[in-house]
Write a protein that binds this ligand. Structure first.
Ligand code: MN
Length: 203
């Protein structure tokens, strides 16, 4: 079964005014589509086209070295973007929101407060050199951790359970935010889908 581009869980303009419709549409129909198409080529070349993408990414070492880079890049590009879209939800009024329940408790225990967590996550995302992603994960020791990955490396390949991510490739924000990545990051907090992050944490 070939991989197909997952539809967005909302309309292209649904994240306005925080994330503009033009960027979201290009990001989904061009960038994410291209990763999807190239993943299909890469898994056939590597002989893993019958496996789930999560299983492929969690076991990259089993893929022949000459085929591994393409699977890492396009498999990560495919999965990371799907996870990114599901990490956001419409919030036109931009009222302050945050985590609740067990996730909020765990964040406070690990980072001191939700605000301190957001500061640390934003700093990691802003300081990331070049293209990549910032993540909140449950690491291999079962602890919350703020981390970043380069290019399309997926945390599933590093033994992490991802909870939240922001795309800091320039294609994710350049049309509206130009070179000012910190403005993209601070605006993005308005559209974080905390309910989904809580669901992921509960699993
Ligand atoms: Mn992207």
């Amino acid at each position: 079964m070939a991989f197909t581009l997952p539809p967005l869980p909302y309309a292209y303009d649904a994240l306005e005014p925080h994330y503009d419709a033009q960027t979201v549409e290009i990001h989904h129909t061009k960038h994410h589509q291209t990763y999807t198409d190239k993943l299909n080529d890469a898994v056939v070349a590597a002989g893993v086209q019958d496996k789930a993408v999560e299983d492929i990414l969690a076991d990259l070492d089993s893929i022949a070295e000459s085929k591994r880079g393409a699977v890492r890049n396009h498999g990560g590009g495919y999965w990371n973007h799907t996870f990114f879209w599901e990490s956001m939800a419409p919030n036109p009024n931009g009222e302050a929101k945050g985590p609740s329940g067990a996730l909020a408790d765990a964040i406070k225990q690990k980072f001191g407060s939700v605000d301190q967590f957001k500061e640390g996550f934003s700093a990691k995302a802003a300081a990331h050199f070049g293209s990549g992603w910032a993540w909140l994960v449950v690491n291999g020791s079962g602890e919350l951790e703020i981390t970043d990955t380069h290019d399309q490396v997926c945390p599933l390949s590093l033994g992490h359970k991802p909870l939240l991510t922001i795309d800091v490739w320039e294609h994710a924000y350049y049309l509206k935010f130009k070179n000012v990545r910190p403005n993209w990051i601070s605006t993005w907090w308005n559209i974080v889908n905390w309910k989904e992050v809580e669901n992921r944490f509960g699993k």
